[in-house]
Design a protein around this ligand. Structure first.
Ligand SMILES: [Ca+2]
Ligand SMILES: [Ca+2]
Ligand SMILES: [Ca+2]
Ligand SMILES: [Ca+2]
Length: 288
C-alpha cells in the first residue's frame, strides 16, 4: 500500500461539493452513528470532518497486510456485540484484525489516502457478527433508489456461502452477495434476476469519526434451501468447527459517482467475479 503524501486537496474539494446529510445522526461516545433504516435513502453526500483522521492518524499495524490471505478464523462471542457502530464490545477484543486490501477493480493504483479497510468476525449460534473499519476519503451515495446501480455508490459487500459449495450463485441462494449501502439498504440479486432487499438478514449501524467509518453488523446465515418468496425461512444454527465461504469487499465511489475502486479480502486474477462464483471466496472457520 502506498503511503499518502497529502490529503489537502481533498479538503479543498469538499468546500465546493454538495454536502447534505439528510438523515439525523446521533452521537455515542463522540462517534456519529447513522440511524437505523426506516428513513428514505436520502443521503446524497456525506462530508467527513477533514480536520481529523488522516491515514497517519490511524494506529493500524502495517503487518496485518502481510497476514491476510483471505481466510479467517472467527472466535465465538461469549457476549454478542451491541450493534451500535462502536467497536468497544468485549467480543471484539478476542478477534484479530485482517485487511481488506486486494484491488479488484480500478484504473489507478489504490492509495492509503483513498481507502484502507480491515475487519473482525465473531459468532454466536444465531448469527455472524462483523466489525469493519473503512478509511475512505469521501463517502458518496448519489442514488437514493437502492436498486439503481447499487454497486456504483460506496457500498460494503458481504459474501456468504453457508456450505462452502462454491460455484455460481448469481440468481439463486447457494451463496449471498449482500450489498450494504451507506443508508443501510441490503441488496442482492434474486431468483427473478432482479435485485431485491434483504434488510431483514443484516442488522447494521455505522459510526463515522471523520473519514473513518466503523461498520458493525450481524448476519443471519441461510443455506441454499432459502426460498425468496417464503416467510418460513429459518437461519442456520452455527457451531464451532463450521466452515463457510466468505469474503468482504468495498465499492469505493468518490468524486465520480461511480465505483472507482473495488477492494476485497482475497486476491487473484478473477477476484472480481465474486458476485458470480462463490468458489473464489476465502474460508471462514468458526472456532470455540
Ligand atoms: Ca458495538
Ligand atoms: Ca475513497
Ligand atoms: Ca452454497
Ligand atoms: Ca468513497
Amino acid at each position: 500500500m502506498e503511503t499518502p503524501q497529502s490529503t489537502g486537496c481533498v479538503g479543498v474539494a469538499w468546500g465546493t461539493m454538495l454536502v447534505g446529510l439528510l438523515l439525523s445522526i446521533v452521537t455515542i461516545n463522540g462517534v456519529n452513528v447513522m440511524p437505523a433504516p426506516g428513513a428514505e435513502s436520502s443521503v446524497e453526500m456525506i462530508a467527513p470532518d477533514a480536520a481529523i483522521w488522516s491515514p497517519t492518524d490511524l494506529d493500524w499495524d502495517a503487518a496485518m497486510y502481510d497476514l491476510s490471505q483471505g481466510d479467517y478464523s472467527a472466535p465465538r462471542a461469549a457476549v454478542p456485540p451491541m450493534i451500535d457502530g462502536v467497536g468497544d464490545d468485549s467480543a471484539w477484543a478476542v478477534a484479530e484484525w485482517r485487511a481488506i486490501q486486494f484491488q479488484w477493480l480500478g484504473d489507478t493504483p489504490l492509495t492509503d489516502a483513498d481507502f484502507m479497510g480491515r475487519y473482525k468476525i465473531v459468532w454466536t449460534p444465531d448469527r455472524l457478527y462483523y466489525l469493519v473499519e473503512i478509511y475512505d476519503d469521501m463517502l458518496s451515495d448519489v442514488r437514493a433508489d437502492p436498486f439503481d446501480q447499487y454497486w456504483e455508490d460506496d457500498t460494503l459487500e458481504v459474501f456468504v456461502d453457508e456450505d462452502q459449495s462454491g460455484g455460481s450463485h448469481r440468481f439463486d441462494h447457494s451463496a449471498f452477495a449482500y450489498h450494504i449501502s451507506l443508508s443501510y439498504d441490503v441488496v442482492d440479486l434474486g431468483i427473478t434476476e432482479s435485485p431485491i432487499l434483504f434488510n431483514d438478514h443484516i442488522e447494521v449501524q455505522r459510526g463515522d469519526r471523520g473519514r473513518l467509518s466503523t461498520w458493525e453488523f450481524s448476519v443471519l446465515v441461510y443455506d441454499d434451501s432459502y426460498q425468496q418468496f417464503s416467510n418460513d425461512n429459518v437461519p442456520v444454527e452455527l457451531e464451532a468447527g463450521k466452515v463457510m465461504g466468505f469474503a468482504l469487499a468495498y465499492c469505493d465511489s468518490d468524486e465520480t459517482g461511480t465505483r472507482e475502486h473495488f477492494i476485497g479480502t482475497y486476491g487473484g486474477p478473477n477476484a472480481l467475479d465474486a458476485w458470480l462464483d462463490a468458489g473464489l471466496f476465502g474460508t471462514l472457520t468458526l472456532i470455540p
